[in-house]
Design a protein around this ligand. Structure first.
Ligand code: AHG
Ligand code: MN
Ligand code: MN
Length: 343
């Protein structure tokens, strides 16, 4: 029988790599290992709450809006609280930021402060909670700049290539934690009997070519010309310039769409559109596009906003939005080229 490797063991081995050579790719210091264990533990609790559904009284809307003006679901709030409570006392963090909180959450004075900054989308795919479709938690980890004793929103405004860890946990038919610390992507499936995440795939690779795209087609009339051109060519199938038929999927949970792409390839797009032209896109840079973009790159794919690499965007606001095109490299390059040709 092949040996089962738990997330704990996987992380401890990465930590040993750090003791040998601190700047080796994928080597993680003890405080980062602790952070990732704590995030995984929080995801286990969220998974339990999700699984209970109506029996746990977790479905439906809460009576509040978040900073983006979206009606919060009960699970958005529960997941946010679980992540904060799990992470605030361990001494590994300086502060947290979340889709569900307007400002940053500084670790209270009664606890020691660490050097890490944690950002999360506590519950991604909220519209799918009540209809029993896959949802998830997305997270991104940065290091606080050493100067200055206090932590501010400014400390978070670092481009995605500065992330030291990123991942998501998908609550679907299985609960799976997907993680990168900069040396590829690994997947861990939750063993509910044991209560632990077990390594089930390493060296995840996104095929460079694909015949599958994911976009919300109901927005077609609002898209910009390069996106229209790309999708139109896909839809022409064998009779068009691409010379092959394409398939389409849209789950409306970024975690679920990205998980499919990491598993079998594809291209995901939530582009800028003319519904709200002053907004650069719908998805959020810091806790959706950056962590997902890094995971996809670590698996050999690409992620752009149509013009530039997502991970090179210098953020100016915590809740900044961005246009997102990510997945199989050759398709992302093509969409990006169509933008350049149109400019
Ligand atoms: P969230 O539930 O965290 O607000 O994110 C939902 C996002 C993303 O997961 C998904 O790809 C997209 O919104 C779906 O948007 P549409 O309903 O416009 O298709
Ligand atoms: Mn989201
Ligand atoms: Mn969310």
């Amino acid at each position: 029988m092949t040996q089962r490797i738990s997330l704990t063991r996987y992380l401890i081995e990465k930590q040993r790599g750090h003791e040998g050579k601190a700047d080796a790719p994928g080597a993680i210091p003890p405080q980062l290992r602790l952070l990732l264990e704590v995030v995984a533990r929080a995801c286990k609790s969220i998974s339990l709450a999700v699984t209970k559904g109506a029996l746990g009284g977790v479905l439906g809307a809460a009576e509040s809006e978040n900073v983006q003006g979206e009606i919060q679901k009960k699970l958005d709030i529960i997941a946010n609280e679980v992540l904060i409570e799990a992470n605030e006392w361990g001494g590994h963090l300086a502060a947290m930021a979340s889709e569900e909180m307007e400002g940053i959450y500084t670790v209270p004075n009664r606890y020691p402060q660490g050097e890490y900054l944690l950002m999360f989308d506590p519950l991604d795919g909220s519209s799918n909670i009540d209809v029993n479709v896959s949802i998830g938690t997305i997270f991104s980890v940065l290091i606080k700049a050493p100067e200055g004793p206090s932590v501010s929103e400014q400390d978070f405004l670092q481009p995605g290539h500065k992330q030291v860890a990123a991942g998501y946990c998908i609550y679907g038919p299985q609960t799976t934690l997907v993680l990168t610390v900069g040396d590829g992507v690994a997947m861990f499936t939750l063993d509910r009997e044991q209560g632990s995440f077990v390594l089930t795939q390493e060296n995840v690779r996104v095929p460079e070519d694909t015949k599958e795209f994911a976009i919300n087609m109901s927005n077609m009339r609002h898209w910009d010309a390069p996106v229209k051109r790309y999708i139109d060519e896909c839809l022409q199938g064998t009779e068009g310039p691409r010379g092959k038929d394409f398939n389409m999927r849209w789950i409306a949970s970024m975690v679920a769409d990205v998980h499919r792409i990491l598993t079998r390839g594809g291209v995901f797009m939530y582009p800028w559109d003319k519904r709200e032209p002053e907004k650069p896109g719908k998805l959020r840079l810091m806790y959706e596009a950056n962590p997902m973009g890094w995971l996809i790159e670590q698996a050999g794919g690409a992620a752009t906003d149509g013009k530039q690499r997502i991970l090179d965007i210098q953020p100016t606001k915590l809740h900044q939005r961005v246009s997102v095109i990510l997945g199989s490299k050759n398709e992302v390059d093509r969409v990006t080229r169509y933008h350049a040709e149109a400019a």
